[in-house]
Design a protein around this ligand. Sequence first.
Ligand SMILES: *[C@@H]1O[C@H](CO)[C@@H](O)[C@H](O)[C@H]1NC(C)=O
Ligand SMILES: *[C@@H]1O[C@H](CO)[C@@H](O)[C@H](O)[C@H]1NC(C)=O
Ligand SMILES: *[C@@H]1O[C@H](CO)[C@@H](O)[C@H](O)[C@H]1NC(C)=O
Length: 440
Amino acid sequence: MSVPKTRWLTFLIFLFELPVVKSVTCPEPKKFGRAPPSECRQPMDPNLKPKTYLERWFTKEMFDEFFPKANQGWGLHECKPYSYESFILAARYFPEFGAGIRSGQPPYTARDLQRRDVAAFFAHVLAETGENDYRIYNSGISLKAADECFYRGGLYHYFEGGPKSKLFSTLRHGFAVKEAETCVEEGRYCASNPELDFWYPCDQPNIATKTNSTTYTGCYFGRGPLQLSWNYNYGQFQQYLHSENIDVDLLANPNLLITKMDPPLGFLSALWFYMSAQPPKPSMHDVMMGTWHSSEKNKRAECKGEDSEVPGGPGENRRIKAFRFFCEKLGVPVGLEHTLSCKGMIDGFDAIQQNLSWQPDWANMWKAEPCDCAPAPYPGTLPYFDPKLYREQAAKENDRNRLRCVFSIYRNPDIFRIDSKNSPCLNHTVKIRLSRYGPE
Ligand SMILES: *[C@@H]1O[C@H](CO)[C@@H](O)[C@H](O)[C@H]1NC(C)=O
Ligand SMILES: *[C@@H]1O[C@H](CO)[C@@H](O)[C@H](O)[C@H]1NC(C)=O
Ligand SMILES: *[C@@H]1O[C@H](CO)[C@@H](O)[C@H](O)[C@H]1NC(C)=O
């Protein structure tokens, strides 16, 4: 008896696309904060970006299966920061995500690439926001069942340190999202130098008299699905949003990362971080697509790799195990074992000779021409994306960052310790259009 080939193919694809069947009863997660309201404002996209390829294969049922403990234990809900709807709206800003358009990266098919991309993103999400309930492994259920519960614990946390974060300044926890608006010193995550202070100034502290301790409003601790942290990451994300016509003062109100739903900034920040290179680090997406070409030398990086015990520790181990989990659920190969840990990495990211940031063009500062900026081989606040190494951001972002750099020379030459005596280029002015987020 012969079955037509095409029918088999359809059948197989159908099998893979079936939502994952939950057969395990997991321990109830602890619930913090309020239950989702019955009526609320839905996440929306002011830019009305078109649907992406991701939506053709990645369904709400799949998302709900993967994240039953989202939103501090209450489960997925449109009114809460973490939901399928928010995820999909945010992904419309990055149509290449989960789309695997570049096939021809053997041994992976385009379908493999699409799913591996999403599996990698979720693996990081699990490591950053997982419930991490180790008791699951001692609750008497089988190891396989415990894994099913453990790796479905992602998107549980909003904030670094969880609902009872020690970084909050409030002493009595009401488990309200508002509490994350202020923090103690350790929660500031404020990096400072003249260039950073110019571009990404941290919000200034308030003095709280009642507690007799300093309470800060510029709190750039981890928030959202990938726990965006530090003023320079919040600031760069804010600049990215501006380039998409979304003006939000995240440096003054970093908690908007979790509360703003138009567009949903939590998922948008996470996808932005996943899709963006930060030289010399390529984007995680490019690594998954095989479009990052590392150099030939073989240097073993300092990486911990995967633990042999279950579930093992946080960090790289958690990400690798979670990646295996999501790849299995999505029916795609995890790939070669040695590529899972950075132990097997051919070369450190910093081993590739490249220019990393925009700096004053020192070769021209003495000339009777306006000051300019040029790529330089050391890191700085305004990244330079070598077009040979970074595909997407290079063109647009380099133009913007060069202008930003020139703007900062004229606005605040002290940053670079220059004046019109040592740098006569300052005597020749330039016109750069400005917004409060920097040059256009
Ligand atoms: C308040 O803080 C100041 C300065 O750190 C300290 O000298 C003072 O003892 C504190 N007062 C109380 C009541 O804790
Ligand atoms: C870095 O940029 C300078 C110009 O500022 C250029 O001359 C040099 O070739 C670049 N180096 C690399 C490794 O691309
Ligand atoms: C630039 O202007 C300053 C005064 O603003 C002056 O002292 C200096 O000589 C000028 N430099 C040149 C090269 O013209």
